[in-house]
Design a protein around this ligand. Structure first.
Ligand code: BG6
Length: 487
């Protein structure tokens, strides 16, 4: 190992989610998930994310009635369902030590309420994990990544109803029983904090089902149920899979004060504390005092049944994983210029460049996040999403994506600095190693991959895969365990 290399055994790889890659939305007994409801809307307004996810009982029923994939890119994905062997081979060629992927709940339990799993769905993931084992790629599996059964959403208003906890625990236990021999690393809920930003996608919540004035309270109730479910399945994974490691997963939304005016600093502090809330519960096993006070004041404190507090306290996570794409600023000035980020609209930081989608590129913010999270939680960290969406152009049959390599290089250097300063960062999975369907906009043209997929936003194309320049670049980073970054 040279000084420039990352720690031995560092888990380099990539991350995807079932609903954004698999396709095969209606085959082999799969049920419909909340992701199958998201339609593609051209002329996307990046400053109004809420509009992409606006749903009502009526709009969901209309989407279900449309049994085609024409307007629903997540139903198509990138056809990983049929091409997983080819894709895993490409990841192996890049030298991946790990791949983060999720299990579509509806492949195993089409409506979420069946008592026994759909064996065709189980077989698909068994085959994927066997192939990964053969290729020496360690799986990191997310149990819930924006793909709950839409049936649970319509019937129970998703996670607002406590009964969904049991359905999720049953699903998770099938995953542990059937895939535990292949999978050591588990994440419970992807970006659990996103429930406030897109409650339907994250927790199946349909606004028109809430009683007058109780919508926000319902969101906190659903979040509480997810916290409890996360703790319960952490317990089950630990009991069933020797040596298993379970992590929480957060959207790290680093916020800076726009100026050093004390009010800007106070507002920023509050934003950052709110962002910490979710890992606080999952790592420390209890709601933070300031959050309790705030929820009580606003009459939003969720109902907790007997035993909940003990469950949260006893079954905390082993590590913290998070996504990091961008940072933003905060200001007391209501007229401060704003820019979109990962499902947020933040105050624009004048010191940072942005991607074509307006997300502010901030490698130093990643280092600051790593230091802050490690200092606060004192458990190993994993970066399980990081990357930039960009428009890629094919020139002479190739894709020269220097911008992507620059983005990653700058972030990797900051990771190395953080490690050298003492942060226990054990793994990194880029989002995403292959072009896929965007969670936020349902575009394929917002490309993230080292591997190009020949598909457009309307589903035209051969879906053939092609290596971009960054493919070879990442291959070298992994081969040298990061030492090539210093060249
Ligand atoms: C993360 C999600 O928030 O951001 C991913 O976990 C998502 O599912 C990623 O794809 C990038 O966001 P987008 O909207 O560009 O796909």
């Amino acid at each position: 190992m040279t000084n420039n290399a990352f720690p031995e055994g560092f888990l380099w790889g990539g991350a995807v989610a079932a609903n954004q890659v698999e396709g095969g939305w209606n085959v082999d007994g799969k049920g419909m998930s909340v992701a199958d409801i998201a339609s593609y809307k051209p002329n996307i307004d990046n400053t109004n994310y809420a509009a992409h996810w606006e749903v009502s009982t009526e709009s969901i029923e209309a989407a279900i009635a449309d049994q085609t994939d024409k307007d629903y890119p997540k139903r198509r994905g990138i056809d990983f369902y049929h091409r997983y062997k080819e894709d895993l081979a490409l990841f192996a060629e890049m030298g991946f030590k790990t791949l983060r992927l999720s299990i579509a709940w509806t492949r195993l339990f089409p409506t979420g309420e069946e008592l026994e799993p759909n064996e065709a769905g189980v077989a698909f993931y068994e085959n994927v994990f066997k192939e990964m084992e053969r290729l020496n790629i360690e799986p990191i599996v997310t149990l819930s990544h924006y793909e709950m059964p839409v049936s649970l959403s319509l019937k129970f208003n998703g996670w607002v109803d406590r009964r969904v906890v049991d359905d999720f625990v049953r699903f998770s236990n099938v995953c542990f029983d059937r895939f535990g021999k292949y999978v050591k690393y588990w994440l419970t809920f992807n970006e659990i904090d996103s429930i406030h930003r897109h409650p339907f996608t994250t927790a199946g919540i349909i606004p028109d089902k809430s009683a007058e004035g109780r919508y926000i309270a319902d969101v906190y109730q659903a979040l509480h149920h997810q916290f409890v479910a996360s703790a319960l399945v952490t317990k089950d994974a630990h009991e069933k899979i020797p040596g298993s490691q379970v992590g929480c997963m957060l959207t790290k939304l680093m916020t800076y004060p726009l100026t050093c005016a004390p009010l800007d600093v106070e507002l920023t502090l509050k934003k950052n504390l709110e962002n910490d809330f979710y890992a606080d519960v999952q790592v420390f096993g209890e709601y933070p005092r300031m959050i309790i006070k705030d929820l009580e004041k606003r009459n939003l404190m969720p109902e907790m049944v007997e035993g909940d507090k003990e469950i949260l306290k006893e079954h905390t996570v082993d590590f913290v994983s998070f996504s990091y794409y961008m940072s933003m600023a905060e200001s007391a000035d209501p007229n401060a210029e704003r820019t979109p980020g990962n499902t947020v609209l933040g105050v624009k930081n004048p010191y940072l460049p942005s991607t074509e989608w307006g997300w502010q590129i901030d490698p130093k913010g990643l280092k600051i996040s790593l230091i802050e999270l490690y200092d606060r939680y004192n458990v190993p960290l994993m970066i399980v999403e990081n990357g930039m969406g960009a428009v890629d152009k094919i020139e002479d049959g190739k894709i020269h994506d220097d911008y992507r390599m620059e983005y990653f290089t700058a972030h990797f250097k900051q990771m190395k600095e953080a490690i050298d300063e003492g942060v226990d960062l054990v793994g990194y999975t880029s989002w995403a190693p292959i072009d896929l369907v965007s969670a936020g906009t349902s575009q394929v043209s917002k490309r993230y991959g080292f591997i190009y997929v020949d598909a457009d936003d309307e589903g035209n194309g051969t879906y053939d895969r092609m290596r971009k320049d960054s493919f070879y670049w990442y291959q070298k980073v992994i081969q040298t365990n990061g030492a090539s970054l210093a060249e």
